[in-house]
Design a protein around this ligand. Sequence first.
Ligand code: ARG
Length: 458
Amino acid sequence: QKSSSWSALFAEPMNELVKRYTASVFFDRRLWRADIEGSLAHARMLAAQGILAAADLQAIEAGMAQIAGEIESGQFEWKLDLEDVHLNIEARLTQLAGDAGKRLHTGRSRNDQVATDVRLWLRGEIDLIAGLLAQLQGALLDLAERNTDVILPGFTHLQVAQPVSFGHHILAYVEMFSRDAERFTEVRARVNRLPLGAAALAGTSYPLDRESVARALGMEGVCQNSIDAVSDRDFAIEFTAAASLAMVHISRFSEELVLWMSQNFGFIRIPDGFTTGSSIMPQKKNPDVPELARGKTGRVVGHLMGLITLMKGQPLAYNKDNQEDKEPLFDTVDTLKDTLRIFADMVAGISTVPEAMERAALRGYATATDLADYLVKKGVPFRDAHETVAHAVKTAMAQQVDLSQLQLADLQRFNPAIGQDVYEVLSLRGSLNARDILGGTAPAQVRAQVARHRARLA
Ligand code: ARG
């Protein structure tokens, strides 16, 4: 009878608190499917290389099938004493398959095993996230398409700047989320490499065929340095960085949704199912979903800081510090997936209040630049035109009217070249239509961008 589950070397059992402190089974059990997949690929390669007998492989395969069933049905008994997902599954396999189970770990260490498991698991999650990002982009495209001709006051410094198409504004977010999708694709390629065969840190003396294991697992290649293979977690850090950026984009959008649905703006409505009431103020409908998403962005960015700090002082190769990579990584994945899913649904239900947006655009002299451009076309140098229009705005402010409501005679006092055609330029819609340049806000351009994005996502 061994006094410790580790080996004969240990004279006394593990301290109870230390056992709990060092165990990861309560959170890393979610890697079980990847753990079994990796073990089966390893065992099949061992058999093909003549390191494991065919009968042992069969026993391992049958045992793993049973274990998968037990875990899926909730019957598997996870044991704290067995520290982590890897040792729990291996111990159960040995119960079921006897010596064959004990042979599975030949040429392998938990160090290359855990790195492989996390990569396999994360690869699957990245694929789910890619699908959710596509859904969100699809919902935003629908919203943009429905509102291509709706005029929103575009802001800089949160001051009314120039009128833009609401659809154009929404397409800015489609651009951001499409770059997020690209980033995840690039990260995926670096996640999808195989550490197995690195063993503890130095490689192994068994004639393993690492390339065949990589192929069997659908990986794009093997990690080329055994020391790096077991100690690198930058794949997890860059995933979390990409997730942080995606959340930052969600957060900026959230901030705008919160503003837009406040009484002072009143630009949009979001479906009741995505708002909450107040326990004291009966009139309230609060935008809790965007607010929480903005808050959860801080949490994901915090995980990025946690992971990057986790790595900075570690000497090569594997250190137990790395066990701390899992909770932040798992929580990042959970938070991002939930957020993307909810936003795709919520965006589908957003409706706009075009009159409110137009009224706001009219209040802010949003066509002042258009008047300056009009004067430039009449031969006035731009800097002079800029100054002239400032005077016109001052006059309009004093009269409490929009530029388009000034009399022609008044306008002509600023510059005699101004004619009746100026009123086309001073209208919000005229301003919008004038920006008919690639990437600009003219509705024709917006429609072309919607079509481009649709083709890209198809
Ligand atoms: N639970 C560990 C982790 O998450 C597995 C690897 C442990 N390896 C070791 N040599 N203690 O990193």
